[in-house]
Design a protein around this ligand. Structure first.
Ligand SMILES: NC(=O)c1ccc[n+]([C@@H]2O[C@H](COP(=O)([O-])OP(=O)(O)OC[C@H]3O[C@@H](n4cnc5c(N)ncnc54)[C@H](O)[C@@H]3O)[C@@H](O)[C@H]2O)c1
Length: 378
């Protein structure tokens, strides 16, 4: 595992303190040397809670605290200048999601990091959720046969859903046909936001490089309806399906575990995803997810010795933990970041391509998209 890295965080609004809970929970890998926000109340609250040196100016923090790595939990709109400041000082960077709203801005960040010879990672965590990791294991185990079609439906933060979707299919998109409308909706309140009366609705018919056909549907600016998952993906395969959180496998393709959780549905067997939790350092930690095939297909938490302060217990807390451990490894071993900005860029490229095609009257677009397309996916 190696050395402990000095880390600093800029942006102490909603997301920043959630990252800090993860960081202070892995003290053998990271030492928090600075936190920064331009709003004094937010800075004071985080300094009191996490006991780190506080700064109101990011440049001053980087000069005085000299972190190895700085995490920018600020809006993507505020990233360009901050990434340049870090690159000029040879400080590695991690950004929150999305990496950018347009391709030219994503390319500017990537080029800034390349010129500064620093690492740049986008902390997209949803594909790291244990249930998503399990679903990919089910797919790659072969019990479902070959994937033929995949679907993704998203209400909010479509880049999270796209991240999960692209990892599930295990391939990049090569062709997109989009269709979109601005729709009136039933106004619903999102805490702290005005009532929305319209939303953008975009569908993309996708061809993946591995031959899978896909459908992607996003409803941007849709107020969040509590309790609805925002990454509903499905995969139709030659020997069964994954439908959101449920796995269906053809009877003759896998054997159910005796006494396990499963139910026959015609020529398929339904395997609900099981979760195992353990009490570790007084906190409930998700340690295993699996389906009751024989042999079972499972994912086990390799970092159960860490029990950071819970934010969203289970999947999301684990996702954040894994991205910090993964990026620590990339920096210490000087390897490429595991998710990578190319993946983060392709994520928004797919959404932009669908919206751009819709605007062009459903013109078929071949990827890579012209990097000069200024359109935002929002
Ligand atoms: N991955 C996820 O699940 C997830 C969840 C929530 C938010 N996010 C992302 O995290 C980022 C932050 O979101 P948020 O909801 O915390 O926003 P926020 O507005 O609540 O917080 C951002 C903070 O950054 C500070 N800030 C901005 N520029 C600064 C600068 N140059 N120097 C010092 N402070 C600066 C602001 O004062 C503010 O307090 C966004 O990119 C958002 O999309 C991701």
């Amino acid at each position: 595992m190696g050395e402990t890295l000095k880390i600093a965080v800029v942006g102490l609004g909603n997301r920043g303190p959630q990252h800090l809970c993860t960081i202070v929970g892995i003290p053998d890998r990271y030492r928090l040397v600075g936190i920064c926000d331009m709003v004094p109340e937010k800075l004071q609250a985080a300094a009191d809670r996490f006991g780190a040196p506080g700064f109101s100016n990011a440049e001053e923090m980087m000069d005085r605290a000299r972190p190895d790595l700085v995490v920018f939990t600020v809006s993507h709109r505020d990233l360009s200048n901050l990434v340049k400041l870090a690159a000029d000082r040879k400080i590695h960077v991690a950004t929150e999601t999305p990496i950018a709203a347009t391709l030219p801005v994503a390319d500017l960040l990537i080029e800034t990091a390349r010129r500064g010879n620093i690492k740049l990672e986008n902390f997209e965590q949803c594909w790291r959720w244990p249930r998503e990791q399990l679903k990919r294991r089910v797919l790659t185990s072969g019990v479902l046969g070959e994937m033929v079609q995949a679907r993704c439906y998203t209400y909010i933060a479509p880049y999270h859903a796209t991240g999960v979707f692209l990892k599930m299919v295990g391939s990049h998109v090569r062709q997109v046909v989009g269709y979109g409308r601005e729709l009136r909706i039933c106004p619903q309140q999102k805490t702290g936001s005005p009532y929305a009366s319209t939303r953008k609705w975009v569908i993309g018919a996708l061809e993946f490089e591995n031959g899978v056909s896909g459908v992607f549907e996003m409803k941007v600016r849709q107020p969040y309806i509590s309790g609805h998952d925002f990454s509903n993906c499905a995969a139709d395969c030659t020997q069964g399906h994954i439908l959101h959180e449920e796995v269906y496998i053809a009877k003759d393709a896998a054997r159910p575990k005796a006494g396990g959780a499963h139910q026959e549905r015609g020529n398929l067997v339904h395997y609900p995803i099981q979760e195992g939790w353990e009490e570790i350092q007084g906190r409930r930690i998700l340690t295993k997810v699996w389906i009751d095939t024989d042999p079972e297909i499972s994912w086990e938490n390799p970092y159960r010795q860490y029990a950071p302060e819970p934010v969203y217990p289970g999947g999301d807390d684990y996702g954040r933990l894994e991205e910090y451990i993964s990026y620590h490894r990339a920096i210490v071993e000087d390897t490429a970041p595991e998710y990578g900005v190319a993946e983060a860029r392709h994520n928004i490229e797919v959404m932009i391509a669908a919206a751009h095609s819709a605007r062009l009257g459903s013109q078929t677009l071949t990827l890579p998209l012209d990097p000069k397309v200024e359109m935002s996916f929002w």
